[in-house]
Design a protein around this ligand. Structure first.
Ligand code: PLP
Length: 389
């Protein structure tokens, strides 16, 4: 009864969401903080003042949301943890946000450069459909976001998986060599997952310069707000660059399913064409309202990102003191292992104590744990468990 196509499907396995007991959840890189109070208020007011809108189709192109996203990027420079705040409440809500000198974008990001969708997973799926073919291998790192290979199977796009280097960084030379011999595109997360380390903007620039100019080059910036370097400024130099971002991590919004991409207008148009051929109304009315309110209160999320970055650095110090090997992280998670402690056993032991972290059985990374940074209290609880390991 199944179609031939089904043979190519190897679905993504998300971090577990158990129901048997209440765990401290540090396994899916969600943000431990609630959304801005202004988001809660916006959703409440939208439902209260405009109940009829729940019975009508939402704006298919999320125009107001795209304006709010563009505005937030211009004001923050696209890296919240480094943005400057002025005024506002103690939690950053209502503050005036300006970009750090380093992150300043040398042009104005306009709404025409934004495409918004139902989580960046959906945005990525449309990117695969719009830009990559079955006749050549799309280049990606061997260890990166595990949804990319899933879409490769779904859309019948063959992949060239390039091993990471000894130090867990991307093998840029090998990736470029393969992309040029295939005449194909490239995709990776920057900072990368599950390694937590990233390339600098200058390094990405050098890469794009040497990659096929007629193929799309995708940089997934899901984690950049926690301390990476955004490639948005490079859009002024390259017509083939697509930057995918999400509200799930740094905008405390995994539950509302909102992702977006930033690229030149023509590429945004292409993805919009895919959307209009598949899921015309990807973002529901309430999620649009939540996203707009979140972008307009960027100051709150600057504080959240700074808190996460602070907790992360403290946690890395702790782990290293205890003899763990930990990569320097620019994200809201750490990638770590300890000699003599198996990754799987460490994961199980931590779970027994009521805390979920992520362990991958994937060859090459099975000795490691990927641990999401939580609140100060959550990290204290985790430290108490890991102290004895
Ligand atoms: C979490 C994550 C996503 C997915 O984000 P959603 O917007 O929740 O679908 C995409 N890319 C990377 C690298 C991620 O870690």
């Amino acid at each position: 009864m199944l179609s031939k196509r089904m043979e190519n499907l190897h679905p993504y396995v998300p971090g577990e969401q158990p129901k048997d007991r209440v765990y401290i959840k540090l396994n899916a890189n969600e943000n431990p903080y609630p959304p801005s109070p202004k988001v809660i208020e916006a959703v409440r007011q939208a439902a209260k003042k405009h109940p009829e809108k729940l019975g009508l189709y939402p704006d298919p192109d999320s125009n107001e949301l795209k304006e709010a996203i563009a505005d937030m990027l211009n004001k923050s420079g696209g890296v919240l943890s480094r943005a400057n705040l002025e005024g506002g409440k103690k939690n950053g809500s209502g503050a005036i946000v300006s970009p750090s000198e380093f992150d300043k974008i040398p042009f104005v990001v306009t709404p025409e450069m934004i495409y918004a969708g139902n989580g960046s997973d959906e945005v990525l799926s449309f990117v695969f459909y719009a830009f990559f073919d079955s006749d050549r291998k799309l280049v990606l790192p061997e260890h990166t976001y595990s949804f990319y290979p899933v879409y490769g199977g779904f859309y019948d796009i063959p992949l060239a998986k390039i091993p990471l280097k000894e130090d867990w960084t991307l093998d840029k030379e090998k990736m470029l060599e393969t992309a040029n011999s295939e005449g194909s595109g490239i995709i990776f997360a920057n900072p990368n997952a599950p390694t937590s380390i990233g390339l600098s903007r200058d390094q990405v620039r050098e890469m794009i310069k040497k990659a096929p100019a007629d193929k799309v080059f995708v940089v997934d910036e899901a984690y950049v707000d926690f301390g990476g370097e955004s490639c948005i400024p490079l859009l002024a130099e390259f017509q083939n660059l697509v930057i995918v971002r999400t509200t799930s991590k740094s905008l405390c919004g995994a539950g509302q399913r909102l992702g977006y991409l930033v690229a030149n207008k023509e590429l945004v148009q292409a993805v919009t064409t895919v959307k209009n051929s598949l899921n015309h109304f990807p973002i529901d009315f309430l999620a649009q309202q939540a996203g707009i309110a979140a972008c307009r209160d960027a100051g709150y999320y600057v504080k959240c990102a700074q808190n996460v970055a602070f907790e992360r650095d403290e946690f890395i110090d702790f782990l290293r003191e205890k003899g763990w090997f930990v990569l320097d992280s620019q994200t809201n998670f750490v990638f770590c292992k300890k000699d003599g402690v198996s990754g799987e056993e460490a994961y199980k032991k931590i779970k027994e104590e009521g805390i979920l972290v992520r362990h991958f059985a994937t060859p090459g990374i099975e000795e490691y744990l990927r641990i999401t940074i939580g609140t100060h209290e959550q990290m204290q609880a985790l430290r108490a468990v890991m102290e004895e390991m």
